[in-house]
Design a binder for this molecule. Structure first.
Ligand code: PLP
Length: 318
């Protein structure tokens, strides 16, 4: 598979311009006070799908040949990748089928159907949904879209980091949540090219450490996937994104699902920002290691806002 390069990110920026405005990057004094650092929040939670992934989906659909687009796309996802591909398929009038595990977050499921995609519930884990999606794509001649090992997704997501570095050129460190790794791979690519002095740190939940453990081991590993934080949920490392993260990340750490919930509450109370769990994971890292971040300019990417009502109820009851 071809590695995406910085020029692909610049080109994706052109592609996305008529589809998505840049998202804001704000700081909040009350949040800074709680963190002991100057924190810049990149607000991907305000994307039309409620998560950054739509940048990648639109870039991928935009670069598919028209004949391939007409045959449609099939993908598998616990939610936000699904919304991204469904949104992009609607924009480019391509048929779209999304395979989700049974028990997928209901608000995400509903959002995907509202975008006009067909949702199939198959399997109980994302890995089982992936198998079903692969079979389906082969049978109907559609393009199977991986949630991570896709150069166009990484190039598209990289545009978030072009925007962040433009809005906040003085950052010392950026903390990025990792699931399949397209987000951290994109951050690696852009930061290494434009501002190699900035540390990029990846974060995953200790209840699903496959990407973290793959990065530290230097080869792809599988791990139990028990996190409730959907965006960070994966049972394995992905080859393409791990390759880009290898040189691009200065570190890769784990936090607990509980640390993430505490960070979600802080974003609500101090930054009037609704984050789903994955969108608060970067902040959880900052809160969990004050000496590492004290007095520094820290970028965190609030990657998404798609928490279900049930998740919010239990978040606020704690
Ligand atoms: C998918 C997702 C992530 C992780 O991104 P990857 O590119 O899969 O590593 C983080 N946060 C949210 C909200 C997501 O939807």
């Amino acid at each position: 598979m071809r590695l995406p390069c910085f020029t692909d990110v610049l080109r994706a920026g052109q592609t996305l311009r008529p589809h998505l405005p840049p998202t804001p990057a704000w700081s909040y004094p009350a949040l800074d006070a709680a963190c002991g650092a100057h924190v810049v929040v990149k607000h991907e939670n305000v994307q039309p799908t409620g998560a950054f992934k739509v940048r990648g989906g639109l870039t991928l659909l935009a670069t598919m040949p028209a004949a391939e687009r007409d045959r449609g796309v099939v993908t598998y996802s616990t939610g936000n990748h699904a919304q991204s591909i469904a949104y992009a398929a609607r924009e480019f009038r391509a048929p779209c089928t999304v395979v989700m595990p049974e028990g997928a977050n209901e608000s995400k499921h509903r959002a995907v159907e509202a975008l006009g995609a067909t949702v199939l519930l198959r399997g109980t884990t994302l890995e089982e949904s992936a198998t079903a999606a692969t079979l389906l794509a082969t049978r109907c001649g559609a393009r199977l879209v991986s949630p991570a090992d896709e150069p166009a997704l990484i190039a598209g997501v990289g545009t978030a980091y072009l925007e962040l570095l433009t809005a906040a050129p003085d950052l010392d460190v950026i903390v990025v949540p990792v699931g399949g790794g397209s987000n951290a791979a994109a951050a690696s690519l852009v930061v290494r090219t434009l501002a190699p002095h900035i540390e990029v740190i990846g974060v995953q939940s200790d209840a699903a450490p496959a990407a973290h453990d793959s990065w530290h081991a230097g080869h792809l590993v599988e791990r139990p996937n028990r996190t409730e934080v959907e965006g960070l949920s994966t049972g394995r490392g992905f080859a393409l994104t791990q390759q880009l993260m290898r040189d691009g990340l200065a570190g890769f750490v784990l936090v607990s699902d509980n640390d993430i919930r505490a960070a979600q509450r802080l974003l609500l109370s101090r930054a009037h920002t609704l984050a789903e769990g994955a969108g608060a994971a970067g902040l959880a890292v900052v809160l969990g290691d004050p000496p590492r971040f004290a007095g520094r300019q820290v970028g965190i990417v609030c990657t998404g806002a798609n928490a279900s009502l049930d998740q919010l109820r239990s978040l606020l009851a704690a």
